[in-house]
Design a protein. Structure first.
Length: 703
């Protein structure tokens, strides 16, 4: 005979006696919660998972820590006819009645929400527009959707992997539309042609019961003309469009034929997974494919965007300052979520749950690793460096070891020449003392390099800073320097390395990065900015007019008079004929004062947000070409249909863009062109050398 599982005794769950005091119950609960992660004794077969254990402990504590609920539980527990299961059931009922009887009582919270002080669960999987994190990728998709509808384009397509936020951005997109749009939102695409027409009409508030496709289309057509007379537009949005049947997609194409002589009466937005592209690639859907005027792919978040996404959701849930995800912990989340928002939610939610059991509000890498292990079946993001070290490096080391073995053991005669033998004897007879090496007195010429600006030239390096220099303290406000001798005196108090480091720190500040962490990295500070924050260094020879056209803060190289060495300043902004510069202090200096000292060498820190190809020019083929064409179209420069190939129309648009931005117009989308385009597009957070609304550069001599 099969028996029902008995509900555990609540006192047994907390390991306390039935006559335990409230204090003993609280202590037992806290102790057990903290010990859940230790794994003492291992996991028994059939034992409840971590989440179930926490739920049982929480339920036992909720009932036994409340006098009224505990009394009800005890009465039924002692009743021979009731039993444990009935007691727990009755206690739950009492708990719910108690909550419902108080109108000001907030809704029941997730197990950790009270602990962290959240208003709601911050990493819930249900799409919620208020949690939309507008990364540059999301802003771009949203901008193109709104632009496409405002321009009355027929078909628009947005694709993205599972969990990248397509549905969330779709719901936010609906809020962005003006009031003169009528929307039919279809979220269940597993329908036939008739059901599609019925769903569209029902969403628009039209009669939809008919089983005649002609009657449904006629009803829709009359509605479209009526809306046009009112100045309204009608949009059909299909979510999860990759699940549509080919004949249903063909029906959508036929609907797009509803038009006047001058404009479309209905616009259709297809949102789906990459499989949608495979479906549209079928030859029978080529007519529909040709009508898609705007298409965009929503990519996963990068590391910095993942950090921003986590902090954004915590802030929305009123968790700012109450819980902290350490930077390395966010890196682990990124690595195992692959930057997909849904998986970020899954890992972050489990990490909060585990941190709750550990009684900590700081999410460390250890906590995230425990969460990843608890979820299971998560694979880390594989990088090129991982592939090298795991695959190519062992092979290379194996070949190197084999070569060394052959060299020393198989070919001994080639291992030592007579001159080598004589030299070894001399060294053995006259060993050099290790603590006093002989210094070479032969001057060695420094190697020539084409790397401008921040190369660490030892001939310019001054000795270690004096005690006076080391004690330099920044001034309380900006300095106003109008005389060359005062500027030279100021910069002379810094070594080349110190002036370089101060300039780099000001540069990373413009990218909203904590500059204090760079102080310990010395000459490798720029490499750290590149490797950890994706900031690339672009060296150029320029004047102030050129820097103003690129509109990025820059590090400039100065050669002090009378052979006093090379120093560096960070140019933060241009304001008329003056500039705001950064060193140990912030300084305001007339640009004319620097004309005789500036070598015209400069370095700009910039970010390649989209990781565009290095050789981005005529003949290139890839989705990056479409990205470029779309954005040049937004600037009014590209005409025609987007294509994967970087062809003549793209070249002409790029050349026009380059001429407008004082870049050599060779038609190649080089680093300067990338920098300039990112700077012009509002969706990319780039620092500006000339703030919006500022007077900008005002010089009769551009140097």
């Amino acid at each position: 005979m099969k028996t029902l599982a008995r509900h555990p005794d609540l006192y047994e769950i907390l390991n306390v006696a039935p006559n335990a005091t409230q204090k003993q119950i609280s202590i037992a609960y806290s102790r057990l919660i903290k010990r859940l992660d230790t794994g003492e004794g291992g996991e028994a077969e059939g034992a409840p998972a971590l989440k179930e254990k926490i739920a049982l402990l929480q339920e036992a504590f909720d009932i036994l820590s409340d006098e009224r609920k505990r009394k009800a539980y005890n009465l039924l527990r002692e009743d021979e006819g009731g039993g444990i299961d009935e007691a727990v059931k009755q206690a739950r009922t009492t708990l719910n009645q108690s909550r419902n009887s108080r109108s000001d009582e907030r809704k029941p919270l997730n197990v950790y929400e009270d602990y962290y002080g959240f208003s709601e669960k911050p990493f819930d999987l249900t799409p919620d527009p208020k949690y939309l994190y507008l990364s540059p990728k999301h802003k771009e998709v949203l901008a193109h959707l709104v632009y496409g509808l405002q321009e009355n384009n027929g078909f628009l397509k947005i694709i993205g992997e599972v969990g990248t936020g397509k549905t969330t951005i779709c719901r936010s997109f609906l809020k962005e539309l003006y009031a003169d749009f009528s929307i039919a939102y279809i979220f269940n695409p597993c329908i036939n042609q008739l059901e599609l027409l019925q769903s569209i009409n029902a969403e628009l508030g039209l009669p939809s019961e008919s089983t005649s496709r002609k009657q449904l289309i006629d009803t829709l057509n009359r509605f479209l003309f009526a809306e046009r007379e009112k100045g309204h537009r009608v949009v059909v949005i299909i979510d999860e469009a990759q699940d549509l049947q080919a004949d249903v997609l063909e029906q959508l194409r036929l609907l797009s034929n509803l038009e006047t002589e001058t404009e479309k009466l209905i616009q259709i937005v297809l949102i789906g997974q990459p499989e949608l592209d495979d479906l549209l690639a079928e030859d029978r859907l080529r007519q529909l494919r040709q009508r898609i005027t705007i298409s965009w792919e929503l990519l996963p978040l990068n590391l910095e965007e993942t950090r921003g996404y986590i902090h954004h959701r915590l802030n929305v849930a009123l968790g700012k300052g109450k819980v902290k995800f350490l930077r390395p912990a966010a890196e682990w989340i990124f690595r195992y979520s692959h930057g997909i928002p849904r998986m970020i939610n899954v890992i972050a939610d489990r990490a909060l749950l585990i941190a709750y059991t550990l009684n900590t509000k700081t999410i460390t890498p250890k906590v995230v690793k425990m969460a990843i292990k608890d979820i299971g079946n998560l694979k880390p993001l594989t990088t090129k460096s991982d592939f090298f070290w795991r695959t190519l490096a062992p092979i290379g080391l194996g070949f190197a070891a084999l070569a060394m073995g052959l060299h020393y053991f198989v070919l001994p005669d080639f291992n030592q020449t007579p001159e080598d033998a004589d030299l070894k004897k001399i060294v053995a007879q006259n060993p050099l003392p290790l603590k006093s090496p002989v210094q070479s007195r032969i001057p060695v010429a420094a190697p020539q390099t084409q790397t401008p600006a921040l190369a660490n030239d030892s001939s310019d390096e001054t000795p270690e800073p004096t005690a006076l220099q080391a004690r330099r303290i920044p001034s309380a406000g900006p300095l106003y320097i109008t005389q060359e001798d005062k500027l030279v005196t100021y910069l002379s108090s810094l070594s080349l390395g110190e002036s370089k480091m101060e300039a780099v720190k000001w540069m990373v500040k413009t990218w909203e990065i904590d500059a204090d962490t760079f102080s310990a990295f010395g000459d490798s500070a720029l490499e750290r900015a590149r490797d950890e924050y994706g900031l690339r260094s672009y060296a150029l020879t320029a004047n102030f007019e050129k820097l103003a056209s690129l509109n990025y803060p820059a590090i400039i190289e100065l050669a002090l008079p009378n052979a006093q060495g090379t120093k560096y300043l960070a140019l933060m902004s241009l304001q008329g004929d003056r500039g705001v510069f950064g060193s140990v202090d912030q300084m305001e200096i007339p640009l004319s004062l620097l004309d005789s000292m500036w070598t015209r060498k400069a370095i700009i820190l910039w970010k390649d947000f989209e990781t565009l190809p290095e050789d981005f020019a005529s003949g290139f083929r890839g989705k990056e070409s479409i990205w470029l064409q779309k954005n040049l179209r937004l600037l009014g420069l590209f005409k025609g249909r987007e294509a994967l190939t970087y062809g003549p129309k793209t070249i002409n648009a790029v050349m026009e863009f380059q001429r407008k931005n004082q870049i050599p117009d060779d038609g190649r989308f080089d680093d300067e062109s990338k920098m300039a385009l990112y700077n012009l597009l509002d969706i990319y957070p780039t620092p500006k050398l000339i703030p919006q609304g500022a007077p900008g550069l005002d010089r009769t001599d551009q140097g």
